[in-house]
Design a protein around this ligand. Structure first.
Ligand code: ASN
Length: 327
């Protein structure tokens, strides 16, 4: 178990909740409150508690690399891993780990909580128990998010509710499993086959690639977009309308086209949380294809952003990245 911070381990401070320490001891005190038979069903675990736990709103790509590095450093010692994380950017970390650790073939369960461990009737103890039990499921061989009784694909999960115990959803992917009668149940017993380029590999820390995210709004013009589409930009997650539409503005489309021609990878996904792109349905969508924009299908913004970053950090050419972008 790796504790990185987040509300699950927070304590009240002067300005509000702050990342707390002594996590392992506090977690074991809580787990001891479970009924004897559920305690007995927990796997044995060791805990690596980061000495600098953070609120996950402070997460940077370096943190994703650090977690992947720590998992890989201990991969032969454990049958599974639990990563405890703040919920605000948990979906980004889960997506990043699903690329960085593709092919590890062990359960890597990312979890956290909406309330701290010590809150009576909070969700922390339940999520901790569920994460540990799912991490001990031999049939699971990928990164997944265990939260509020659901097990979601690591690259499809999204934070869905600011407060509810069921704080995560995967609107475009079926659950991998769920918690039923105090036991983990897997709906999919085999993970995806490992992908060619993605062998387990921590992100190179030195220079994270320059990737940005842009959601269109009515009235966006090419001047505004040009500020983001600088020559240094290597990748862009472009969140467009509906099934893949953009404004019919020749200057805006020319800007996208110039960027893709110089090798910037632009991936379009929908601003609708549910459903996939179909860039050929409308004339306004067809223009995106002509501009060299890649169809991101039903991927989440977190998944596209981290996948782009991962592929670019491997030093692959834009053509190779393009080939591997949409699984
Ligand atoms: N701000 C917290 C975090 O992301 C929220 C949480 O964990 N529930 O670290």
């Amino acid at each position: 178990m790796i504790y990185t911070g987040g509300t699950i381990g927070m304590r009240p401070g002067h300005r509000g909740l702050e990342p707390g320490h002594d996590f392992e001891q506090r977690a074991r005190v809580q787990l001891d409150r479970l009924p004897a038979e559920r305690r007995a069903a927990l796997p044995r675990f060791h805990c690596l508690a980061y000495r600098d736990p953070i609120d996950s709103s402070n997460t940077r790509p370096e943190h994703w690399a650090r977690i992947a590095h720590d998992v890989l450093a201990h991969q032969h010692e454990y049958d599974g891993f639990v990563i405890l994380h703040g919920t605000d950017t948990l979906a980004w970390t889960a997506a990043s780990l699903s690329w960085q650790l593709a092919g590890l073939n062990k359960p890597i369960i990312v979890s956290g909580a909406q309330q701290p461990l010590e809150v009576e009737s909070g969700d922390a103890l339940a999520n901790l128990e569920q994460a540990l039990r799912f991490a001990a499921c031999p049939g699971l061989a990928e990164v997944a998010v265990a939260f509020g009784g659901r097990l979601l694909r690591g690259d499809a999960a999204r934070k869905w509710d600011t407060h509810a115990h069921q704080g995560f959803a995967s609107p475009n992917a079926n659950w991998l499993g769920e918690w039923l009668d105090h036991a983990p149940v897997l709906h999919v017993t085999r993970s995806r086959p490992p992908e060619g380029v993605c062998r387990p590999m921590p992100w190179p820390l030195e220079a994270p690639p320059r990737v940005a995210r842009l959601a269109l709004w009515p009235g966006i013009d090419s001047d505004m977009m040009a500020r983001l589409l600088t020559p240094e930009l290597q990748g862009l997650v472009l969140e467009v309308w509906g099934s893949g539409n953009v404004p019919e503005d020749p200057a805006l489309l020319a800007l996208l086209s110039t960027a893709t021609r110089r090798g910037c990878l632009i991936v379009a996904i929908s601003q609708c949380p549910h459903g996939s792109l179909a860039m050929t349905s409308y004339a306004t969508g067809h223009a995106l294809r002509t501009a060299g924009v890649i169809d991101g299908g039903a991927m989440t913004p977190e998944a596209v952003f981290t996948r782009l970053s991962h592929l670019l950090s491997l030093g692959l050419s834009p053509q190779q990245c393009r080939h591997h972008l949409v699984p």
